[in-house]
Design a protein around this ligand. Structure first.
Ligand code: ATP
Ligand code: MG
Length: 300
């Protein structure tokens, strides 16, 4: 089941095409990361999926429901946490959650119960009487997350939920996201923190309105550098000739071999070098950051 399916999704503002023919498929239950530099079109894409702005061209379906044609039905399935804090600063934390719960049709008693449950869950219960405008950045983000969940949506779209949040709280946020995933919610998230993006099970990289790379973090890295890097520490010279070795270079007394699949080739490398009489100290896959992978993609 696809949680999100966009077909040639496009948004133009006047002559400027912010989102240009995007075909996105997010499976139910995934934690999908939408990444890209400032202005790439991430927020515009999310706003179209959330039914907040109309596509200039193309279509969006959420769990099979057309967001443009059956907007009311679709909106019941979607929770949205905007990039910019947009709650009522002159209402308290609890009042904000209750208000949004009421807007989604919950009774007064249900709304109160829902607020209690969400505020406890996201560690805001003790601040329930504080005005939203007086919250710290991290608390505001948790309040926005609570509000996005009032109607128990199946799909949660989070636009930079951890922007400006300190590292311990960012970690906490990712624990929340993992729990939500476990409960069966699909998450589409944008972030500029590449270490966080490693936690997504699939990613799409956007640039200038288009998707320029898509896959699991591992697939994306492999594609960016053309294979897997294996670090070899050995006494003697490393010479590897096989069709699966794309290159070997020496860097800081180590050798870096670019191969098609590190897991398969590492034992073969060890055997090959030992056969040549080279004393092997270690052969290990080298960690490539997503940041490096993306810089390579964006450089093209
Ligand atoms: N309502 C609008 N009118 C005109 N241009 C817009 C509008 N909304 C967005 N844009 C433009 O569309 C492009 C994409 O913006 P968008 O906010 O989707 O990018 P983003 O990937 O979310 O960036 P960021 O990482 O900075 O949040 C930008 O050049 C932006 O200026
Ligand atoms: Mg944005």
């Amino acid at each position: 089941m696809l949680a999100i399916e966009t077909v040639e999704l496009t948004k133009a503002f006047g002559d400027f095409v912010a989102v240009n023919g995007i075909n996105l498929k997010v499976k139910a239950g995934e934690n999908f990361g939408l990444l890209g530099p400032n202005g790439a079109g991430k927020t515009t894409t999310i706003r179209m999926i959330a039914g907040l702005i109309k596509p200039s061209r193309g279509s969006v379906r959420v769990f099979g429901i057309d967001v443009t044609r059956e907007r009311r039905e679709a909106l019941k399935l979607i929770g949205y946490m905007p990039q910019k804090f947009s709650l009522y600063e002159d209402l308290t934390v609890e009042e904000n959650v209750i208000l949004y719960a009421r807007l989604f049709g919950l009774s007064r008693a249900e709304a109160k119960e829902r607020a209690r449950e969400l505020l406890k869950r996201f560690l805001l219960w003790e601040f329930r009487n504080r005005l939203a405008g007086k919250l710290s950045g991290g608390m505001k983000q948790r309040l926005a997350l609570s509000v996005s969940l009032v109607h128990d949506p199946r799909l949660l779209m989070l636009d930079e939920p951890t922007a400006g949040v300190d590292p311990p709280l960012r970690r906490k946020f990712w624990e929340f996201f993992r729990e939500l995933n476990k409960e069966g919610k699909t998450i589409l998230i944008t972030t500029h923190y590449m270490d966080e993006a490693e936690n997504c099970n699939r990613l799409a990289l956007m640039s200038r309105g288009r998707i320029i790379a898509e896959g699991t973090p591992r697939e994306i890295k492999r594609r960016a550098i053309g294979g897997d890097l294996v670090e070899i520490i050995a006494e003697g010279h490393v010479r590897l000739r096989a069709e699966w070795v794309k290159s070997v270079e020496k860097r800081d007394g180590r050798f870096l071999a670019l191969v098609d699949d590190a897991a398969v080739r590492i034992p073969q490398i060890i055997r090959e070098l030992e056969g040549q009489g080279v004393k092997v100290i270690s052969v290990a896959p080298m960690f490539v950051s997503l940041e490096e992978a993306f810089i390579r993609f964006l450089g093209d």
